[in-house]
Design a protein around this ligand. Structure first.
Ligand code: AMP
Ligand code: MG
Length: 518
């Protein structure tokens, strides 16, 4: 196995001088050296062929003993020094102090085809940042991260990726619903990859400690390696940097809204500086279209991270990042202007995105109201988001509207008359509005099908794969992985996955209810 290793993060940034792997506060350093834990009986369950290729590895490499050892943490690659990053964060709106890679260990950075890939093992044992936890991950949450991060990539959503999913062979104790019923589960490790795993929290931790010197080092490093087009560090460059982070964050969230992804834990330590979806925990996919939905039971009371609130939270998190880098700029106004721009850009980009979802491309007055009306209708009775938008591409006229869309409604036969009327009114307006478009129905259908996926990783689908895997059957992991590579294609062989959530999954743990326990 030959990887072109080009470490930068642990070569150029301040290092924690203490080598002992004990839980503690780490000041004036971006990371601490750590060695992954040896595992009992490692076994590779799945490897992403696309990621292998991105790293310059072959399928034969993936079957090698070296691959097994390295990506289960049992062997450290030559000339590499694994490390855990130091970061802080706001959790559910409150400053939580130092967090850090509590159960993620960075192996190295690889360069291939002019791209930088940081390789990171999630669940490979404790680090100085493990606080009260064990540094491990269980199979269920590892399957969810592995499948979803690759699925998001194929959906066109900026995301971290995953190279491999392995069993550690160790048992891990977890209390899934935090209700005093802990049990042993299979331990697993995902090797995640990204250009960089830097988060808002990496900058915040220095700011919170008034350590401007190291804050500057880290921001300069970030610009040099990941935003080099912005030029040499200066006050203007820092402002341009914040502007780009803001743009990328918004773009990512617009894509989440488009496909119905709810992150679940948008704490600032889970916000990538590159605008990538990162840290797949208690995330979920909208089944019924519902602005108020969150999959995360830990957030059940306030629903801070509900679907409809994700764009606002993106802005709130950016404000925290602005506060963190302020000492380098010492001027609030340009930062405020960027935050205000986020709001304006959100309005226009969200409108464009929603218009594309319903096949409208011309500029017409009142489209905002028309879309608002649609969003209200979608929440009148339980309506499946994915099926609704996918089938909408077959819409012809008001008269046949329900024929085309009835599968999207959970209980079409008992739809109240007032709701029916609202829909008929919207269908009529849609029919009229479509007449102002120049695209032919065939072309419109084609275009709509490139933004409205047919297949997403519905919450119960991942759970079925998890239930099988816990019994030692890994076939469904591969089936879902294959299907989710082409989410916009019809793929008739997978038609059974183009269905509303079955009733048994409505209140099942893991399907609609998830916790941060992983
Ligand atoms: P999360 O909510 O998953 O983003 O995690 C928040 C913080 O808790 C991060 O610093 C994680 O590294 C840490 N953490 C989560 N689970 C574990 C675990 N099992 N062992 C150690 N640290 C953990
Ligand atoms: Mg996290």
């Amino acid at each position: 196995m030959k990887l072109k290793i080009k470490d930068k993060f642990n070569q150029e940034l301040p290092t924690d001088p203490i080598l002992e792997n004990s839980r503690r506060q780490v000041a004036k350093a971006c990371f601490s050296y750590v060695t992954p834990k040896q595992t009992a009986k490692p076994e590779v369950l799945h490897v992403s062929p696309e990621m292998l290729k991105n790293l310059g590895l072959s399928k034969t490499d993936a079957k090698s003993d070296d691959f097994l050892k390295v990506f289960t943490g049992n062997k450290v690659l030559e000339n590499t020094t694994p490390y855990a990053m130091c970061y802080g964060g706001h959790q559910f709106g409150n400053w939580a102090g130092q967090l850090g890679d509590g159960r993620a260990i960075n192996l190295c950075e690889v360069e291939h085809k002019n791209k930088n890939w940081a390789l990171q093992l999630k669940g490979a044992g404790e680090t100085p940042y493990s606080r009260t936890a064990d540094g491990l991950a269980v199979l269920r949450s590892s399957i969810r991260e592995y499948l979803c991060s690759e699925a998001m990539f194929h959906l066109g959503v900026p995301t971290t990726r995953a190279l491999s999913l392995v069993l550690s062979g160790d048992e891990v104790m977890r209390d899934v619903m935090y209700d005093g019923n802990p049990a042993y589960e299979k331990g697993a490790i995902v090797c995640r990859t990204a250009e960089s795993f830097l988060r808002f929290g990496n900058y915040q931790i220095f700011a919170s400690r008034q350590d401007d010197e190291n804050l500057k080092k880290l921001v300069d490093y970030t610009i040099k390696h990941h935003f080099s087009h912005l030029g040499a560090p200066s006050k203007d460059t820092y402002i341009a940097f914040f502007k780009e982070v803001s743009k990328r964050t918004l773009q990512m969230i617009i894509e989440w809204q488009r496909v119905g992804f709810v992150h679940g834990v948008m704490n600032t330590d889970n916000m990538s500086i590159l605008g990538l979806t990162i840290d797949y925990g208690p995330y979920g996919w909208l089944e019924g279209y519902d602005y108020g939905w969150t999959p995360n039971t830990t957030d059940r009371q306030h629903k801070r991270y509900r679907y409809g609130n994700q764009p606002n939270i993106g802005l709130w998190n950016l404000l925290q990042l602005a506060n963190a880098i302020y000492p380098l700029i010492e001027e609030a106004e340009p930062l405020e202007a960027i935050l205000n721009q986020y709001k304006t850009d959100f309005e226009s980009q969200n409108l464009q995105m929603m218009k594309a979802k319903i096949g409208l491309y011309e500029e017409v007055d009142n489209d905002e109201d028309f879309i608002k009306n649609l969003e209200e209708n979608l929440q009148l009775v339980e309506t499946d988001m994915t099926i609704f938008f996918r089938n909408l591409s077959d819409f012809k006229d008001e008269e046949t509207g329900f024929q085309v869309l009835k599968d999207a409604f959970y209980d079409f036969d008992n739809m109240p008359d007032e709701v029916k009327k609202e829909w008929e009114f919207w269908f009529l307006n849609y029919e009229v509005r479509l007449q102002q478009e120049y695209t032919s129905p065939t072309e419109r259908k084609q275009k709509m099908n490139t933004v409205n996926p047919k297949y997403v990783l519905r919450n119960y689908m991942a759970q079925l794969a998890i239930d099988d895997a816990n019994k030692g059957n890994y076939k469904l992991i591969d089936e879902l992985f294959q299907m989710l590579k082409k989410p916009y294609n019809e793929q008739p062989e997978y038609e059974k996955w183009f269905e509303k959530r079955p009733e048994w999954a409505r209140h099942k743990v893991g399907c609609s209810m998830l916790s941060c326990s992983s």
